[in-house]
Write a protein that binds this ligand. Structure first.
Ligand code: 2P0
Length: 349
């Protein structure tokens, strides 16, 4: 039995079977903003998100024993610059762990604009983690996959799981291995909640400042960063309780204040990082009026001007209509909780 298994593994390592994985983006209701270790991608704070059922990324990885370098295609175009560097660095990590030096051919298709604050790096690195682990014969459980995905992009750790997911910052003290082990994601129990996220895409273009650069500047220079990080701990505790109680108003209130606080830390950075645009504020005003009308709707924004409005699934069409009318030039999408990352095919296992 065991020798059969080893033969199969050796076969997989020699024969370069392609692996294809799919992952969905996630939107944080308690945000990740700031790292304490850039190399290991260890965050300063715990974060909690909802994985979406729309805008998946599909990624195929195939080892190429004859190739001298990795070839990476993103949405049909050869990747270059920082995007290529990050994928190659991620594959290097997988190669280091498996002892397999083979280069790879990577093809990744996003259904969402890359780098527009719509969590494309979360779905992208979650799909890459699952596909690359399979293609290189790295046998990891879901928790270990969250640690691996984290190394590509912090928020990708959360996209390994579906539904609501917490990503633990992990212990501050201890060895590097202990810190790495402690910083993983896991699903969060949720009560009777039937939520939707109405996504107002007010600008689908790439952001001027990457979230990686923006969070580094915020941690280094913003006098508001530490107070936000402290209040974020309370937000996480409150969010867990609100999710368990199925209390959409409490979930929304905490999510909105946490996001506005995160943007406040950036506005106070030197120089300021401002992702919020006039159209963002127009949507925020509309969300307030929906609440005045008795509709529980709450806004959250990431590293970009687009607004995600949390509401009951039953109210999603009404909220989407209101938001669409508020920003006629934008587009509106409706998401509900979606699945975790999964292998579609291959990997030789
Ligand atoms: C989040 N964001 O929790 C936060 C809120 C944006 C604002 O995670 O540097 O692309 O690759 O670890 O994961 C975006 O940051 O950053 C992000 P890196 P990532 O969703």
């Amino acid at each position: 039995m065991r020798s059969d298994h080893l033969t199969a593994l050796a076969h997989a390592r020699d024969t370069a079977v392609p692996a294809t994985a799919v992952a969905h983006p996630n939107i944080a209701l308690v945000k990740y903003w700031g790292k304490r270790d850039e190399h290991l991608v260890l965050p300063r704070v715990d974060s909690l998100s909802m994985t979406l059922d729309i805008l998946p990324t599909t990624t195929r990885v195939c080892r190429d024993p004859a190739a001298g370098r990795d070839r990476v295609t993103l949405n049909g175009r050869p990747a270059a610059g920082e995007a290529l560097r990050r994928v190659v660095a991620f594959l290097d990590l997988v190669r280091e762990r498996t002892g397999l030096a083979h280069r790879a051919v990577v093809d990744s298709e996003n259904t969402v604009a890359t780098g527009a604050g719509l969590a494309s790096s979360a779905s992208g690195f979650a799909a890459l983690a699952v596909a690359a682990a399979a293609a290189y014969g790295l046998d990891l459980d879901a928790t270990a996959l969250t640690r691996l995905a984290r190394r590509g992009s912090g928020s990708a750790a959360r996209s390994i799981f579906g539904g609501f997911v917490v990503w633990h910052a992990g212990p501050d003290a201890g060895t590097v291995a202990e810190a790495d082990l402690g910083s993983h994601a896991e699903p969060v129990p949720v009560g009777d909640l039937d939520p939707a996220l109405v996504i107002a895409v007010v600008d689908g273009g790439p952001k001027a400042v990457s979230s990686r650069v923006a969070m580094r500047r915020t941690v280094d220079t913003s006098p508001l960063y530490e107070p936000w990080a402290v209040s974020s701990k309370e937000d996480l505790t409150g969010m867990r309780a609100a999710l368990l109680a199925g209390d959409i108003a409490a979930v929304g209130e905490i999510a909105e204040r946490n996001a506005l606080g995160m943007h406040a830390t950036m506005l106070a950075a030197r120089p300021a990082v401002r992702y919020l645009a006039p159209a963002t504020l127009t949507v925020l005003d509309r969300v307030l009026r929906l609440r005045d009308d008795g509709i529980p709707a709450y806004a959250t924004m990431d590293a970009g001007p687009n607004v995600k409005v949390l509401c009951r699934r039953a109210d999603a069409d009404l909220v989407a209509g209101a938001v669409r009318a508020a920003v006629p030039g934008g587009s509106v999408l409706i998401a509900t909780p979606g699945p975790g990352a999964r292998l579609l095919a291959g990997g030789g296992r």
